[in-house]
Design a protein around this ligand. Structure first.
Ligand code: DX5
Ligand code: ZN
Length: 212
């Protein structure tokens, strides 16, 4: 298939004992960004990578690092991840009372800012930050684990965000995260998604095979 979107493979589904090869696999298979799922064992029931791991990986890829913070206190981690080499920092509205402050901190550090919503959060919850944000990450599964089944209704939020963007002239891009595989990819693209995050179906070879 012709690729008309940005592909952001998630290293959450890679072999953690060989993350360097996981980065190379992204570059060899039409990946545009490296999606990095940061979990704190509190906002979500799982733990993954901290800034030292990302810093160690930074010299081994020329692609943008798209850091997805699934943490209770994103404000504490913005600077450490920017210093480690993040290009995009996305945090959840569900854990950000002072979202505009976080966006400013990210922008002042020269980084792009993203906002994410879990499946139970409506687009209306992020209305006030849409003019200032670079990326909206729509979660199509409840965050915490790779390999879950997509909740298809979440795609309506992609359509809604595209419509708001068109009508308002805002410039954010829309990303979808969770449950993208060979069966769901076409519906994701039909909804108008700009950036496709994919973990398990990327590292299993399923998505790369579609893009040959
Ligand atoms: C889920 C993460 C996702 C995850 C997607 O909490 O935010 O980025 O890696 O994995 P798949 O594509 O397997 O659903
Ligand atoms: Zn993610």
């Amino acid at each position: 298939m012709q690729k008309s979107f940005l592909l952001a493979p998630s290293i959450l589904s890679a072999d953690f004992s060989d993350l360097r090869s996981a980065l190379a696999f992204i570059e060899q298979n039409k990946g545009d960004w490296v999606h990095i799922d940061v979990m704190d064992g509190h906002f979500v029931p799982n733990l993954t990578f901290g800034p030292p791991v990302i810093k160690a990986l930074r010299p081994h890829s020329s692609l943008p690092f798209d850091v997805h913070l699934m943490v209770t206190n994103p404000g504490d981690l913005i600077h450490p991840f920017i210093d480690a080499g993040a290009n995009f920092i996305t945090f959840h509205i569900e854990s950000a009372i002072h979202a505009h402050r976080f966006i400013s901190i990210i922008h002042e550090a020269g980084c792009k800012a993203g906002i994410s919503i879990v499946p139970s959060t409506p687009v209306s919850a992020i209305m006030e930050v849409l003019p200032d944000i670079d990326l909206v990450l729509v979660m199509a599964v409840n965050p915490g684990f790779g390999g879950q089944k997509m909740i298809p209704r979440c795609l309506d939020k992609v359509k809604e965000l595209k419509k708001i963007r068109q009508e308002s002239g805002f410039s954010y891009i829309v990303s979808i995260d969770g449950g993208v595989n060979k069966d769901t990819l076409s519906s994701v693209l039909d909804a108008g998604t700009d950036v496709v995050v994919t973990g398990s179906a990327f590292y299993s070879g399923e998505i790369p095979e579609l893009l040959i």
